[in-house]
Design a protein around this ligand. Sequence first.
Ligand code: ADP
Length: 449
Amino acid sequence: MFKKILIANRGEIALRIIRTCKELGIPTVAVYSEADRDSLHVVFADEAVCIGPASSKESYLKIPSIISAAQVTGADAIHPGYGFLAENSEFSEICQESGIKFIGPSPDMIRRMGDKAFAKDTMRAVGVPVVPGSEGAVADIKIAKRLASEIGYPVMLKASAGGGGKGMRIVHKEENIENAFQTASTEAAAAFGNPELYLEKYILNPRHVEIQIVGDSRGKAYSYGERDCSIQRRHQKLLEEAPCPILTPEVRKKMSDAAILGAESVKYEGAGTIEFLVDKDLNFYFIEMNTRIQVEHPVTEMVQNLDLIKQQILVAAGKEIENKPRKAVGHSFEFRINAEDPENNFRPSPGRIKYLHFPGGFGVRVDSHVYSDYVISPHYDSLIAKLIVWGTDREHAIKRALRAFDEFAIEGVKTTVPYHKMILQNEDFRNNNYDTSFIEKLTAKKLEV
Ligand code: ADP
């Protein structure tokens, strides 16, 4: 087992990883920027190293500083969390060259599966259904036009290196494709340093359903079931649930088998997520793979009664992981509590938390690095806490979530708490009658009133 793990991240996920390391008896090293001195991940790690100023570029993204911190403290493994360097193949490679185990896939795997167009081709080749579209990237507008008229509008242009909902354009008519191609390509170049786009059919009103897998070091992959992440704003997830309430056992099994097939075909090692879109007839189509732990992993942990960070560490250390076939028990939701103002177009709301009380009780979990008097920095993403609930079934979990939100008190900054309460009271949401367009429709209705 590892002697010491450095966590190359901040916020709730850094604390989440420290908790598992403690339970495994592995000492931890936190790294932090000058803006994060008072963050809980710094308090709870065994050691902490300041790696630079507030700007992510000069701290959490600065590879030499992180590697030096590991060398100075004698850490023999690095957990990257999600975001920052988690899907950076260069970082994974430098860890390898420095004799430090990167807790995640190999540089080559990140490069291959992180390229969305390549990942689609890989899945297509082994017979996993993918959204109809271009094979690989689209070279120019002329080809995009031809392909789009073959597939039929509406289509979506997506950045090969994309993430976080950026670099995507829905195109409804041929006359708009040229403009969309140019703006998406420019946006992709600016955001990801890669202007390449690929094209696919725009699936109308789908559900976003993803399978959590873990691949071991011998080429076997295991599925830990699915999560439904259809409640999204601008293609970014707001709340997630497990299991997906529209799947039949047959479709669930087919999706899991497809995810395992895809992962094993590339000998995927570590935790990964295979994302699909599911249409009204329960046809499913692969869209992309994430080669890291995800924000929403706790809903899987709750219904599988399994620590996914522990599985990641075990795989990286070449040990056996939980590999018995598993069935989800009960139902779980995760609510992303962002310091944002839902009344003001979700504008970030940094500042001092004047008062904070987290809910508790049976079936309630809060993953967070903040506390009363904590100052939320404007430098990082606005996720300040995740409320995760478990119930015996979906209805019970909704009631428990409402009860938990009643106990949730936060003052000094605006958050998404009231927005989640509104969603939980929405009849369509409660009746499982929703898809990825839910928030857009909700916003439109509110504006009408
Ligand atoms: P990112 O990596 O930026 O998160 P994804 O490919 O995972 O991008 O897509 C994010 C979301 O965008 C999906 O969950 C879905 O709601 C929407 N989306 C992506 N591709 C399509 C498509 N072909 N048809 C309809 N919606 C799509």
